[in-house]
Ligand binder design. Structure first.
Ligand code: SF4
Ligand code: SF4
Ligand code: SF4
Length: 274
């Protein structure tokens, strides 16, 4: 059974996969798997962007999405026009599905589109026409220069998939599109000595988990006063700052819902007794 595997650490957001899908399917008819995709409005492969943090601590994460070719696909239930091939790809027979707009709503991921002109539901076919023609992989995979997107027999990926994630795992659909190295969260700050009107270099930061007081990471501010904690698990933390000559400083950093960036974190010198 075939699977798609995206390694998000290697994905640079180039959109080649999305463009290749358009090139293969817009204005082209690949029966019995696909009628032409319209040139606007449909994205059988879509590279989504997520901008995280706050200026100046910003990261862009890319997440390419497509039909998950689910083993327990809701789109197949009650729709004989949608079926799973022996290689695992879920395809919609465009001729049989004509007029069946309800198929669009059956996908909990929103990966099925309605073609108003042709009156058919459409989605990623897994480029079944190419595989039938002897290709090893679909067009989107062929177009991915970084190796972020691969396709093949699940067994051939071996242990690589043991930590892989799927989208919508709680939908119960058993997706066959896997994601490796999904980005975790970050905590970042620029530490500033407001009295001296300068950033603070060389301050030590400790990231302490609030639930058990465990210090999970340490880091140091750089010459721009920036401090970064990468790959932080979703949780509530307290960021402690320490440096000789400064008062210890603590600030809460909650990354349960997303990244935490502090554009300006004031740090105060120990008052001098006169
Ligand atoms: S072609 Fe590859 S690197 Fe480019 S966006 Fe698609 S998956 Fe990412
Ligand atoms: S992602 Fe949606 S369209 Fe694709 S197989 Fe699963 S339920 Fe069907
Ligand atoms: S497998 Fe083919 S139809 Fe599906 S997203 Fe890739 S190029 Fe498009």
């Amino acid at each position: 059974m075939k699977v798609f595997v995206y390694d998000l650490e290697k994905c640079n957001g180039c959109h080649n996969c999305q463009i290749a899908c358009k090139d293969e399917h817009v204005d082209n008819e690949w029966l019995p798997y696909a009628m032409p995709q319209p040139d606007t409005g449909q994205f059988w492969c879509k590279v989504e962007e997520e901008v995280c943090g706050k200026v100046p601590h910003v990261r862009v994460n890319y997440l390419p999405v497509q039909c998950n070719h689910c083993d327990e696909a809701p789109c197949m239930k009650g729709h004989p026009a949608v079926h799973k091939r022996a290689d695992g790809l879920v395809v919609i027979d465009p001729e049989e599905a004509k007029g069946q707009k309800d198929i669009v709503a059956s996908c909990p991921y929103g990966h099925i589109y309605w073609n108003e002109e042709l009156q058919i539901p459409q989605k990623c076919t897994g480029c079944a026409h190419l595989l039938d023609d002897g290709w090893d992989a679909p067009r989107c995979v062929d177009a991915c220069c970084t190796g972020a997107l691969r396709f093949g027999e699940e067994a051939d990926f071996g242990d690589e998939l043991k930590d892989a994630e799927v989208l919508g795992a709680d939908f119960g659909t058993v997706p066959r599109v896997y994601y490796l190295n999904k980005p975790k969260r970050f905590v970042a700050a620029t530490v500033v000595d407001l009295d001296a009107d300068e950033v603070v270099e060389g301050a030590t930061g400790l990231l302490q988990r609030i639930s058990d007081d465990a210090v999970v990471m340490t880091a140091e501010t750089d010459e721009f006063g920036d401090i970064w904690f990468e790959d932080v698990a979703p949780d509530s933390y307290r960021l402690w700052l320490k440096k000789e000559g400064y008062l210890d400083q603590a600030v809460d950093a909650d990354v349960t819902e997303g990244d935490h960036a502090i554009p300006e974190l004031p740090f105060f010198r120990v008052p001098v007794r006169k």
